[in-house]
Write a protein that binds this ligand. Structure first.
Ligand SMILES: O=C(O)C(=O)C[C@H](O)C(=O)CO
Ligand code: ZN
Length: 278
């Protein structure tokens, strides 16, 4: 488990490229037949990926020791979205078939979670976020059709996209975690622009659906102290509450956002006009 400390905006603005990448970028999300795990002190979100290929992968009691509990979800909830081939997630003996662009919410208290791929030649890639929880809400699979979806943006501003809200209060109850997947249309490059902050929630962006020769310039920083991170395929960015978070790709891409914090109100954003950005 990698640990990232919280960071003050006054410190962040002084960092060079390597420093910004060290604090905010998670370069490796997937490792074959293994899981990755990054623990951020910002709202104590955990970010990672699970990629079973030839064998099942379990997030076991070793994590419980690091979290000071006896098992991973003793005091946490989990959201998973599969961006790979068909997969199976077994939660306390119950098997959930989770295909490409399908999600699973697992409530606090689930003790055994085993991730499997159906076909080793097309492994499942389970991206996940986990947040501290106070009660158990029911486990639930969410398909793309069940997600709450909105298409917005304009080809003229190169930001026509569909926001698919998988894990939000409209779809299922959770303690604090919300997650969704935003897909840009061909020829669209920008996600949320004009951009925003939300002082009351942190957010993590996970960018994928890109080949090696394409990348996203992820904009971050306070609105009048912007910086950028160069993000390649299947990498994630931690965005503190004080930071804008918006990306422009060299080609269209897809990303998963996850949020944790004070509220679950997707529209609770402090919008920043482009003319105000520096
Ligand atoms: O493209 C978008 O717009 C988004 O997906 C926005 C994010 O979900 C977000 O930043 C929510 O606060
Ligand atoms: Zn946001």
């Amino acid at each position: 488990m990698q640990v990232r400390q919280s960071i003050h905006s006054d410190h962040a603005r002084q960092l060079d490229t390597a420093g910004l990448r060290r604090e905010f970028l998670i370069e490796n999300i997937f490792a074959a037949d293994n899981y990755t795990m990054t623990y951020s002190h910002i709202d104590r979100i955990i970010i990672g990926g699970v990629m079973p290929v030839r064998q099942g992968v379990t997030i076991g009691s070793e994590v419980g020791k690091q979290l000071g509990v006896s098992y991973f979800l003793e005091r946490r909830e989990l959201g998973v979205i599969n961006i790979g081939g068909p997969g199976l997630i077994e939660v306390d003996g119950k098997a959930w078939e989770i295909g490409n662009q399908q999600a699973l919410y697992v409530g606090m208290g689930a003790q055994s979670i085993v991730f499997n791929s159906v076909d080793a030649s097309q492994p499942a890639k389970f991206y996940y976020n986990s947040a501290p929880a106070h009660t158990r809400y029911p486990d639930k699979k969410i398909t793309l059709a069940e997600a709450s979806s909105t298409t917005l943006g304009d080809p003229a501003t190169s930001n026509r996209r569909t926001i698919n809200k998988f894990i939000v209060p409209d779809v299922l109850p959770t303690c604090q975690l919300t997650m969704g997947l935003t897909k840009l249309e061909e020829g669209s490059l920008w996600n949320t622009m004009p951009c925003h902050t939300h002082e009351r929630r942190m957010e993590v962006y996970f960018y994928f659906d890109m080949d090696e020769e394409n990348a996203v310039f992820h904009m971050m920083g306070q609105p009048q102290e912007t910086r950028h991170l160069l993000v390649h395929n299947e990498q994630a960015v931690i965005s503190p509450a004080w930071s804008i978070h918006a990306g422009v790709g060299t080609k269209r891409y897809t990303f998963i956002w996850g949020m944790v914090g004070e509220n679950q109100d997707f529209d609770d954003m402090d919008q920043v006009k482009v003319s105000e950005l520096r």
